[in-house]
Design a protein around this ligand. Sequence first.
Ligand code: CMX
Length: 435
Amino acid sequence: MSLKEKLASKIPAARDRYNKIRKEYGNVVIDQVTVAQVAGGMRGIKCLLTDISYLDPYEGIRFRGYTIPEVLEKLPRRAGAEVPLVGGFYYLLLTGDLPTMEEAEEVEAEWKARGQVPEYVYDVLRSQPRDTHPMTMFAEAVLAMQRESVFAKRYAEGMRREEYWDAMYEDVMNFLAKLPTIGAYIYRMKYRSDTPIPPDPELDWGSNFAHMMGVPDPAYRELMKLYFILHSDHESGNVSAHTAHLVASALSDIYYAWAAGLCGLAGPLHGLANQECLGWILGVMEHFGGVPTKEQMEQYAWDTLNSGRVIPGYGHAVLRQTDPRYKSQREFALKHCPDDPVFQTVSCAYEVIPEVLKKHGKAKNPWPNVDAHSGCLQYHYGVKEFDFYTVLFGIGRALGISANIIWDRAVGQPIERPKSITTDMMEELAKGAKA
Ligand code: CMX
């Protein structure tokens, strides 16, 4: 069954279930909100609904109920490939079902058919000064394509609510199909003397990105499929996913929604952390003239903390263990580049920093997150321009946010609108409760 047919077959029951729960159990209390949560970035408030992924603080992410090792083991892969097809992974994210090889290849074929990037997108990119941050370029390219939106056109024509998901699906497939080409184009334009590489029709979505980047090592193709899968989704409360969901809740299309999400991903406490991590690791190496000893690493970590900065790549708002996305990348590095000095420095940090952060006593989670590892693998394969790394994150994260938004439209999730209070009101409530 094609992805769209499978989706169509699942939506009526899911929509009924969602509406029934809203109607019958609308008054049931599932969480309480404290002053600390309101004043502290809404941490931990259970107020978002998604079936695409779930983040357990100790176990890490599950995509549609599957852990990362399960996803990598169960999804179909092409002959000789180490990592499954991203098209098959997207089928799982959207439908909750493991695809057959044929179904995974159908998604890949659909992306291939829709992959042509409009010329004006290149004009938009080329009109920017070359020192514009690649995330700014990426967000601009996504926003520029809004004129292609099927959802916006059909909405203006008076489309029925039940059809919203269908138009959103069309937009999403058109949009996802083009992202690897746009990302690689930005890279080749900005850092490789303006020498874009056309896609290879024989390659899958993830491998094609590696090819268009111009990295010759075939292991990089496997890395990029892994990278996009690992970065796809992390529940819906993180800044980029939540921003995209919020914007789309106003019935803005995927182009508006993901351009906004990318602007959130570009922040140093979120997606930009991976570029900061590699900068920090290279800083350690430069300072000590190569891979540091554990004692040197400890000293450098304390110097960072004592100068009032955070150690990038460590800590997490939800996780309370080593991020399984970190572990998965570490396994890849142990297999493909165990002797790489940058990887060895990342490993040394892993041995030392959790203990330093525990002694420091502030971070609730002293363990590494996904960003602590991703840059070192890119660096190994020659992608050394680390301000580009968040674009890679942005391509991968588009998979998760778009699956969420299709389902938001499918069940009819409403416009998001939480309630604010003033500081006076909060103080009064707090004092009243204490008295
Ligand atoms: N180094 C030093 N201090 C840290 C720290 C770190 N890696 N992580 C947290 N802290 C500090 C916080 O700054 C905070 O200090 P204040 O009380 O002075 O403000 C205190 O510990 C408590 O923070 P927390 O509750 O543990 O963490 P938050 O949920 O507030 O923030 C995160 C989470 C990721 C922003 C934070 O751990 C951090 O800044 N890490 C470094 C940046 C990073 O790796 N970001 C990538 C995250 C993954 C992603 O979203 O892409």
